[in-house]
Design a protein. Sequence first.
Length: 582
Amino acid sequence: MRRLATGTRVIAGMRVVVGTRGSALARRQTQRIVDRIHTLCPDRDVRIEIIKTKGDRIVDTPLAKIGGKGLFTKEIETALLDERIDLAVHSLKDLPVEMPDGLAVVVPEREDPSDAFVSVRWPGLDALPEGATVGTSSLRRRAQLLAYRPDLNVVDLRGNVDTRIRRVEEGDMDAAILATAGLRRMERGDAIRETLSPDIMLPAPGQGALAIQYRPEDAGAFGFLEALTDSAATLEVENERALLAALGGGCQLPLGALARVDAATDMLRLRARVATLDGARCVEADVALPLGRAKEAWRDILDELLAGGVREILESVLTSASKDGSAEPLFGKRVAVTRAVSQSDALTNPLRRSGACVYEFPTIEIEPVPVQMELEDITRHDWLVLTSANAVEALFAEVPATSLASLKTAAVGPATAEVLQARGIRVDVVPNKQTAEGLVEALLQHIGDVRGKRFLWPRAEKARDLLVQALHDRGATVTEYVVYRTVKPDVPDVRVDALMCFAPDIVVFTSPSTAKHFAAILGEARLDEVKKHAVFAAIGPVTADAVRQLGLEVAIEPDQHDIPGLIQAILAFSTNGETHSR
């Protein structure tokens, strides 16, 4: 796609590629948006690109056990960031609450957000006999069903809309609960026997809404996005998703939330409900605010939920044993991950698959630093040295990979090497010990005499000078370019309150900055409170030293100083009580 500056007028005839999942529902939802674009801009050439996601590939496992963010969105978002597509259409409830840097969404008019009761024999939920079997893939629906009808047998049900309806029709179960909007979009409204009242079943945050995802710098090229935006729906889902984010976002918390704008009274009403998986305990809250204050409704309702005992509900959800859940090595463990959002998946997904409930509490943001690197400045070097994956990403935002072909390359560890190799760069040196000391040692073993050798080191704004000093002392020249910095994000107090509610068993740090910012964000009193029930994990010795300087004891430090090593150390500690502290 040809790049256009923000504010550029819509260009008639320009092609627009819209990405979506391959399911029938996703294609139909996307076609509705494409039809609206054609109506607004009849000269546009709009086509749909089908992209298969992880959630589409895994069809035989309950969603709560797969874990991870963006099961149905990540591959599509990657295509959007890589400019292989121009827009993406998602079911909003599938989108993680943390948006990748460089992407934004608009929300069109929202359809009915309710849940629907589907059955062949029974006219409604109340008509089901005692012990009837009801299918759903949602922990939220399970919890609320059992809160209303504890006598029911709730079983897992996955598959597309037609598959779920067919299983009910074939008698595999007495009924199923599906989203009303999805049924109607698939023209299967005939299957709805009852639309469940929010008094019985509050929907998932964002249910019934679509999200059109785009790159903000291209907004001027897509003037139709403003015409597609519905302000009332946007206000509703922003409140619902803000509440979800405050309560942990990615954690499998059975949260129902529904905000509705009443134009006649200029009010917004927000309701929320959290129940244990067996439905035995339930906390509810209900607030109404004038539209002028409605953006903050989620804060008021969070206070009510916290006062009502959401922390205890979360504790119960984490310790509720399923048939095989207790066999998972991290089952019942609460793990707080402080890594930047853009890099957290490699850590959080394996932890979730091992049974942990992960609260993502990013304490750093990665901020690129623009630099001017002339081609001759690069090619006069002999070696390119990378000490983090962040540096790789920041470097290639400024420099094409082809300009580095003449340089030999050293990477501090396997993760950094993998990112380089994905860019087509051969990696000549990777140390066994993933530290600056280990990298220097590996370079000296590989090269021998480094006198007269010229090293290019793209680095963070704050980085140890050990690498530079060690090579300089041996007669080498090192050119440093600051290509990124880590900054402390603005974290609202409500997110910190939610972390305290979460009460992590393990707090994981992947850099000195994540630890220092964690302490600064919490403050002394709340940090002392976390210390009473949490142990701390550090990815390597430099991070561990920073953690100890904060007065925190490092219980977990891997021998292999990378993400796989860190995960293994956490598993060993949780399973066997093995402390890997230096």
